[in-house]
Design a protein around this ligand. Structure first.
Ligand code: NDP
Ligand code: OXD
Length: 309
């Protein structure tokens, strides 16, 4: 196979090419060069690929995405209908996503932000003991990310609910199917979004959803910025409906200077780092899938274009 690496975001593309070539010595791996396209690549490894990749490489049959989310890929106007899209399944991201959620869950449920404020005033003042039953974590999306987040929160004895399309069981959590959203939200104090961005889920983090959560609820959005209606979040923070939010993803990335989120003390901002795909695990996974394809065996992680994830 001839495999090209094409990413506009990776700072070290040559390292990726070298790692892929080392993992797949029987295949040819090269950095895609818009000035010298060869037009013979069978597969591409991509994250935010250049728009002209598909016009210049008409033989591509497989597109291996370096990330879990394929929303941006599916919006590329020239994306050929017959290319098989393969997404990253975990690649070291799930445990990081779980850590991220746990950090903010513990910070809120154990009043660690308030203790930091008390330290600044040199005040020794124990606050109320934690009531775990009041801190149900509700995870939207029970896939690779959502299931790991649920499992980690449950391991610390937080009650956990998971909402997904199918309502399939997730260990340690109570599962809710698509038509059980209201029951799921009514239990939830810390709402975690781990959904793919699709036509069905865009704008789902809205006032209508926030209004159904338990009082004094907290939002953690680690999926995509376009899931969130930003003005609804600000309104719900102002009204006291939500106590705060941790946001890793934004409609416009990088978050523009001067955006209200930067300076709002109730909001924690991180630059889309909740779960980074790790090079060694990612390369290992892609190499395994390339070999399976060559042997004519089925692979997992193929994107269903109708479902958009
Ligand atoms: P998966 O495809 O494994 O899981 C998606 C889950 O969402 C499934 O449980 C699916 O339900 C559920 N779902 C999809 N559509 C709906 C819907 N309309 N209503 C209810 N549930 C729905 O994806 P991953 O867990 O691997 O990744 C999830 C997302 O996390 C990615 O798409 C990406 O946007 C984001 N992400 C962000 C990162 C970051 O650094 N911030 C890092 C990695 C991922 P069902 O099980 O029934 O199919
Ligand atoms: C992903 C991401 O989708 O990092 O993998 O956002």
């Amino acid at each position: 196979m001839e495999i090209v690496f094409a990413s506009r975001h990776e700072s070290n593309p040559r390292e990726w090419v070298a790692a892929l070539q080392q993992a797949l010595p029987e295949h040819q791996v090269r950095l895609w060069d818009a000035c010298q396209p060869r037009g013979q690549a069978d597969a591409a490894v991509v994250w935010a690929p250049p728009a002209d990749l598909f016009a210049h490489e008409p033989q591509l049959k497989h597109l291996f995405n370096l990330g879990a989310g394929v929303d941006a890929l599916l919006q590329i106007p020239d994306l050929p209908a017959d290319i098989t899209l393969v997404r990253m399944e975990d690649g070291g991201m799930a445990v990081q996503m779980a850590e991220y959620v746990l950090h903010y869950l513990i910070r809120e449920s154990r009043d660690l932000g308030q203790y930091a404020d008390l330290q600044a005033q040199a005040r020794w003042q124990p606050l109320e003991d934690i009531d775990r039953d009041a801190w149900t974590v509700g995870v939207m999306g029970g896939g690779v990310m959502g299931a790991r987040i649920a499992q980690v929160c449950a391991a610390l004895d937080y009650p956990v609910a998971v909402w997904s399309r199918s309502g399939r069981p997730v260990a340690g959590a109570q599962s809710y199917g698509q038509d059980e959203l209201a029951d799921f939200l009514a239990r939830t104090r810390v709402l975690v979004n781990a959904l793919p961005l699709t036509a069905d889920t865009q704008g789902i983090l809205s006032r209508a959803v926030f209004d159904q959560l338990r009082p004094d609820a907290y939002l953690i959005n680690i999926a995509r910025g376009d899931h969130l209606v930003e003005s609804d979040l600000l309104a719900c923070l102002d009204s006291g409906r939500l106590r705060g939010a941790a946001l890793d993803v934004f409609s416009c990335e990088p978050l523009p200077p001067g955006h209200r989120f930067w300076s709002d003390r109730r909001i924690r901002v991180t630059p889309h780092i909740a779960g980074a795909s790790l090079m060694s695990l990612t390369v290992q996974q892609i190499a395994g899938k390339v070999r399976a394809v060559v042997r004519g065996e089925p692979i997992t992680g193929i994107v269903d274009r109708m479902r958009q994830y």
